[in-house]
Design a protein around this ligand. Structure first.
Ligand SMILES: [Zn+2]
Length: 295
């Protein structure tokens, strides 16, 4: 049974997958040291299978053409590390590595909305705002692995625009990521430390919760307007923790998308929530050893 690992900034999750469903899980908190992370991944995999045949791994960053990690802002110390080679040394089997949102798009293509929608963008809503792109039934990683990374599309060019974890300011993620949503919520007097508290506030009809989620929706709609004007997709599929509050984000998103769309049909793109839940990364990772992206 194939094994996939979803290496996140907070937790590392491994799973054995059959027919697109995770049959058994192993989870550990992400250590702060790269060597400890590699050891933890190898130990999790061995917990599920003593001698694995192959491993697929998704990471919160990209892999360059030499197989080295880069742009992992939430997990220090991994830039330049050839994570596949390091895990091969520890596990003695081939290891395939890909960006987490691109792996989630692959899972969606094979087992989710991608069975019906030929061209879609998978948007992960959480601490960061990631993206994976599928065009005409093929998941695209792009020339350098960055295809679909919608989180850093510019939605605010004012000098007062909010900073982003990538080092720039005014990115979609600055407003649609959990840090931005909580910043707005607290500025408006909201109490609580997670997006669930913001959602509960919005469901009670309080302006702090309603306006914080409307701000995130507007940022998403502005970014998606540019994506739609460029790609004319069949659907946008949302996954990740914040998508549980999708109904609260959707109205402002649709209004901004309509405002930015070059022609009305571009704003009528299907906006869907993934049914694969938090397992999309693991499921997609298990597919990586068998597929060649971009083809
Ligand atoms: Zn950014």
């Amino acid at each position: 049974m194939p094994i996939g690992v979803d290496f996140g900034g907070t937790r590392i999750k491994a799973g054995r997958v059959e027919d697109g469903r995770v049959k058994s899980h192993a989870v550990v908190n992400t250590p702060r040291d790269p060597a400890a992370v590699l050891d933890a991944i190898a130990a999790l995999v061995r917990e599920l299978q003593a001698e694995p045949d192959s491993l697929g791994l998704c990471i919160p960053g990209e892999v360059n053409e030499r197989g080295e990690c880069w742009r992992l802002p939430n997990v220090p110390g991994f830039d330049g590390v050839n994570i596949a080679r390091e895990l091969m040394k520890r596990l003695g089997c081939p290891v395939a590595v890909e960006n987490d949102a691109t792996a989630a798009a692959l899972a969606e293509r094979m087992y989710g909305h991608g069975l019906r929608e030929r061209s879609f963008l998978l948007v992960t809503l959480g601490t960061g705002t990631g993206g994976g792109l599928c065009l005409d039934g093929t998941v695209r990683r792009g020339r350098h692995g960055f295809a679909g990374e919608i989180g850093h599309v510019l939605v605010d060019s004012a000098s007062s625009a909010w900073p982003c974890g990538c080092g720039a300011q005014g990115c979609m993620e600055s407003y649609a990521g959990t840090t931005g949503i909580l910043r707005k919520y607290h500025e408006l007097g909201g109490q609580g430390q997670d997006v669930e508290a913001v959602a509960q506030s919005a469901r009670r009809g309080e302006s702090a919760g309603v306006e914080a989620l409307a701000m995130a929706g507007r940022a998403l709609g502005l970014g998606l307007g540019s994506i739609q004007n460029t790609l004319d997709l069949d659907a946008v599929v949302f996954s990740g923790g914040v998508s549980a509050s999708f109904d609260l984000i959707r109205p402002a998103m649709e209004a901004a998308l309509k405002e930015r769309a070059f022609a009305p049909p571009l704003a009528q793109v299907k906006l869907l929530v993934s049914a694969l839940g938090n397992d999309a990364g693991i499921i997609g990772a298990t597919l990586l050893p068998q597929v060649t992206l971009n083809e």
